[in-house]
Each structure stands twice: as structure tokens, then as C-alpha cells.
Design a protein around this ligand. Structure first.
Ligand code: VGL
Length: 198
């Protein structure tokens, strides 16, 4: 069994004060860092994604251009590549070995499986190359990118745990729905208390 920690989109724009702020986002950043500090050797593989949208062109319908966002399919501009909003939240401390994944270049890109590393290698290929069979999923936002990434991980044959104390969502109802959907598809909903010392 090889387990990886997958950290979804803990970026300034998805935390308090950001363009698409999720309540509790900053707390999630701090809590993920605390988990990693308490368990420095548990995860041999850590992947962290960032939404990395184009400034121009609406990213294939993802940004509301000349219209009001509906906060379901269209969004205010957020996480534009190379801006402060796209940076990891300052409270997120990642180990040197973290593999950084960028996604959403010109696309909605909700799932980390749509992302690539710095050499353009697809996330799914990286998981396979690392022999990962089990993933623990944390980050933002529960009802969109965590949901999509978890469902894709299950489809890719991974055993998935979602740590409900290390996620935060855009809206309570859709977040609850997303967790129900993930559980129905085979994910285990747990808290990070189950993480064992390596
Ligand atoms: C996300 C809304 C729009 C997310 C991304 O990271 O969950 N949510 N784009």
C-alpha cells in the first residue's frame, strides 16, 4: 500500500479576503500544515494543486465575462496564473518534496486529474509512477475541486479518504451533497485523527 496526501487548491483566492473566498479556508491551510508538522514521515508522496487560470478569455466559460457569476458554473475571476490570488495561502507549509500540480489553464479544471506538474506530466501518470494506491484528500473547495478530484481518484481505482476536518466548501448544502456523493462512490469520510505516525 502506498499512500499519498493530496492537497487541493489552498490558495489565496479561495481563502478569506480572496476573489472567491471560502469560509474556513485559512483555517484549513493552518490545519493541513499542523497535520504535516505532527506527521512528518507519514506521507511518502504529497501532491498540491493550484488553480492556474488564464487572465484572458474566460477559461472556457469558467469566468463570468460581462455577466454576473452564478457560483455554480460561472465564477468571478480567480486564481489567475502568476498573481497573488493564485499563490498558496501563507499558512500552508509544504515539505520540499511536494509535487506541485497546476490545472485550469484555459479550462474550468476542477479536478487535479486535469492538472500537470512542472514538466507537463499528467497527475494521473504521476500517481501511477509513484505506485500510489491510497489517497487522502484535503483542501478547497469541498463542493467543487475536492469533489471532482475525489470522484476522479475513485474512477482511477484509488482508495480514497476525505478528511472532513481539512476541507471547506463554497456553500453548506452543496458541500454536504458532495460528501454524500463521494461516500456513495466509495470514498471513506474520516477526520485526520486517523492519520498514523510513520
Ligand atoms: C473551485 C470554484 C471555482 C475550487 C474552483 O477550487 O473548488 N471552486 N473554481
Amino acid at each position: 500500500m502506498t499512500r499519498a496526501l493530496i492537497i487541493i487548491d489552498v490558495q489565496n483566492d479561495f481563502t478569506e479576503g480572496g476573489a472567491l473566498a471560502v469560509d474556513g479556508g485559512a483555517a484549513v491551510a493552518g490545519a493541513i500544515s499542523a497535520l504535516l508538522a505532527a506527521h512528518p514521515n507519514t506521507y511518502g508522496h504529497i501532491f498540491a494543486s493550484r488553480d492556474w487560470h488564464d487572465a484572458e478569455g474566460g477559461n472556457n466559460g469558467h469566468f463570468a465575462v460581462d455577466a454576473e457569476p452564478d457560483f455554480v458554473d460561472t465564477w468571478p475571476a480567480h486564481c489567475v496564473a502568476d498573481t497573488t490570488g493564485a499563490e498558496y495561502h501563507a499558512a500552508l507549509t509544504l515539505p520540499e518534496s511536494t509535487v506541485h500540480i497546476l490545472k485550469g489553464q484555459g479550462q474550468p479544471g476542477y479536478s487535479i486529474f486535469e492538472g500537470v506538474d512542472g514538466s507537463g506530466e499528467k497527475f494521473g501518470e504521476l500517481l501511477i509512477a509513484a505506485g500510489v494506491t491510497h489517497v487522502d484528500l484535503v483542501g478547497l473547495a469541498t463542493d467543487f475541486c475536492v469533489r471532482a478530484s475525489g470522484l476522479d481518484a475513485l474512477e482511477h481505482g484509488q482508495q480514497v479518504r476525505v478528511f472532513t476536518d481539512l476541507i471547506a466548501g463554497v456553500a453548506p448544502e452543496s458541500s454536504e451533497q458532495a460528501l454524500a456523493e463521494l461516500a456513495h462512490a466509495g470514498a471513506v469520510l474520516a477526520t485526520s485523527e486517523v492519520v498514523e505516525q510513520a
